[in-house]
Write a protein that binds this ligand. Structure first.
Ligand SMILES: Cc1cc2nc3c(=O)[nH]c(=O)nc-3n(C[C@H](O)[C@H](O)[C@H](O)COP(=O)(O)OP(=O)(O)OC[C@H]3O[C@@H](n4cnc5c(N)ncnc54)[C@H](O)[C@@H]3O)c2cc1C
Length: 319
């Protein structure tokens, strides 16, 4: 697949893909079919975020929906079918000083690459409650657009006070009979326009100064136990869905100092492309997308990254 034995400590590849979610696998399918001999490192979560969800109903081509982990196995099979070299391992350090980029894998192996596709995704932030993790995927979700549909006509709660929480609450209000928004402070951090929308939606109730103590339920969500930090009282709100919207963290720490990113860590690309500020390094998926964060958009930008990389290699006469 590559210029040297993959077991040796230094290896040169034409196209290195970092991350194995929908963006990484889509990039791999395109890069492999273009004979770029891509090598992919999967990271700690082979298959990416969709491996921790049950039903995916909005990915085109699956009319009956799909189970998240099974869908990602399909992605992997398709990428391997065209020869992608898929490996376990984590990129732990990068050096983009020269035209040949260096990536250290698991702290001990050096990959040099003519082109790199970053598809390291993002991770939702959680409250850190045991009950929240136990019921994750069984009524607890960090994505209203992904999972709101499952709670049509039901009462749900959402925690968070920023723009994402306000937007997701508005989205849920169109599907659910009631949305209780739990805000820890006495005000929303969301923009004035979003605040106005939330506060004027009849089926959204905003509870300020409320902290989530526990998500209740055994096999599914039955309610949420909250603490009113003004009155010093606890109460239970009966809901069947619990959404966490307290932010995401893009998995881009290793690129700090090399690639341009916003203040949260989302990689910056030249609009309409996947090109970063470093020639030959392309970014795709949630790592470079703070707005849409969907599997299909990640796959779309993964495709863009592979096509951009292919053109770059062709221009350089490498491919
Ligand atoms: C619970 C849940 C349910 C969801 N449901 C839906 C849904 O129904 N429909 C939908 O469209 N979207 C859904 N989403 C969102 C969707 O999963 C993401 O938008 C999508 O997975 C992003 O794809 P990605 O390829 O950018 O990154 P991810 O899926 O986040 O994958 C990132 C990959 O990068 C790897 N990685 C990270 N750092 C490194 C490193 N240093 N070295 C090597 N590898 C690394 C990880 O191991 C992982 O394989 C859901 C998300 C969650 C959390």
């Amino acid at each position: 697949m590559s210029d040297t034995n993959s077991n040796s400590n230094t290896e040169h590849v034409k196209c290195l893909i970092i991350g194995s979610g929908p963006a990484g696998y889509t990039a791999a399918i395109y890069a492999a079919r273009a004979d770029m001999k891509p090598v992919m490192y999967q990271g700690l979560q082979p298959g990416g975020q969709l491996t921790i969800t049950t039903e995916v109903e909005n990915f085109p081509g699956y009319p009956d929906g799909a189970n998240g982990p099974e869908m990602m196995v399909d992605f992997e099979k398709q990428a391997k079918r065209f020869g992608t070299d898929v490996r376990f391992g984590m990129a732990t350090e990068v050096d983009f000083t020269g035209p040949i980029h260096k990536v250290i894998i698991d702290g001990n192996k050096t990959i040099t690459a003519d082109s790199i596709i970053i598809a390291t995704g993002a991770s939702a932030k959680w409250l850190g409650l045991e009950s929240e993790q136990r019921l994750n995927g069984f009524g607890v979700s960090a994505c209203a657009v992904c999972d709101g549909f499952f709670f049509k006509g039901q009462e749900v709660a959402i925690v968070g006070g920023g723009d994402t929480a306000a937007e997701e609450a508005s989205y849920l209000a169109k599907l659910c009979s009631k949305v209780t928004m739990l805000v820890r402070k006495d005000e929303l951090r969301a923009s004035k326009a979003m605040q106005h929308r939330v506060l004027n939606t009849p089926n959204i109730e905003v509870l300020f100064n409320h902290e989530t103590k526990e998500v209740l339920g055994d096999k599914g969500v039955e309610g949420v136990r909250v603490y009113d930090n003004l009155k010093g009282e606890e109460k239970v709100i009966p809901v069947t869905g619990f959404f966490v919207a307290i932010g995401h963290k893009p998995n881009t720490d290793i690129f700090k100092g090399w690639l341009e990113m916003d203040n949260v860590g989302y990689l910056k690309v030249i609009p309409g492309t996947s090109k970063t500020n470093i020639e030959g390094v392309f970014a795709s998926g949630d790592a470079a997308d703070k707005i849409y964060r969907q599997a299909v958009t990640a796959a779309g930008t993964g495709c863009m990254a592979a096509l951009d990389a292919e053109r770059y290699l062709a221009e350089k006469g490498i491919h």
